[in-house]
Design a binder for this molecule. Structure first.
Ligand SMILES: N[C@@H](CCC(=O)N[C@@H](CS)C(=O)NCC(=O)O)C(=O)O
Length: 201
């Protein structure tokens, strides 16, 4: 039995989304960062970093949300895994891009506009982060100018991994409607039924 540790209101959502896309039977163990569960000794045996999500696939224990998704798509997702080595390269590229180019500015804006208590929020830091997200957003928008999805005509693990990070624009109060290709692509990805199912876990 596959076990996914983490709650939907966290980066665990990314892997819940993947599990729902794949239609796999799995148990969602609701380890919650907000209650300190992630730092308890039993959980640290599963993910010594003390973060969610973590996956246990019949003894294969993995951390890092987007790596978990690559693994799941490679192992179980005939339609979500790229059909060529070249497209695998593109899926790795976009996955690492999401983590290194997009995640930090979005997270910073989200914390300073929404998640921190009012007193701790710094509007200047939020605005700076939103500005820093403009360059990666332009890259994403250009990549989607002639295609519906990152690898071409079909939704793949590359889209899921990037969209699960870029969807933070909503909570970060960053309006991407001016980047019409990226905005339309994000709407296509996030309107998939698996997203709703993952949110409802
Ligand atoms: N790069 C990691 C980051 C995981 C992460 O930081 N998760 C947060 C929740 S969104 C967490 O577990 N925080 C609790 C803690 O660090 O104790 C991933 O994508 O899986």
């Amino acid at each position: 039995m596959i076990k996914l540790y983490g709650v939907p209101g966290s980066r665990a959502f990314r892997s819940l989304w993947m599990l729902e896309e794949l239609g796999l039977d799995y148990e969602n163990v609701p380890v919650n960062f907000a209650t300190g569960d992630t730092r308890k000794p039993d959980y640290l045996k599963i993910n010594p970093n003390g973060h969610i999500p973590a996956l246990d696939d019949d003894g294969v224990v993995l951390f890092e949300s987007l790596a978990i998704n690559l693994y799941l798509a490679r192992k179980y997702g005939k339609d979500l895994w790229p059909g060529t080595v070249e497209d695998e390269g593109r899926a790795f590229q976009w996955t690492l891009w999401a983590m290194t180019e997009a995640e930090e500015p979005l997270l910073t804006a989200m914390f300073h506009r929404l998640l921190y208590p009012e007193k701790q929020r710094d509007p200047a830091r939020a605005d700076d982060a939103a500005r820093r997200f403009e360059a990666p957003l332009a890259v994403l928008d250009a990549a989607l100018a002639d295609r519906d999805y990152l690898l071409g005509g079909d939704f793949s693990v590359a889209d899921l991994n990037v969209a699960s990070v870029v969807s933070w624009t909503k909570l970060a109060k960053i309006d991407i409607s001016g980047s019409e290709h990226a905005a339309a692509w994000l709407a296509r990805c996030t309107s998939r039924p698996a997203v709703k199912r993952a949110q409802g876990r």
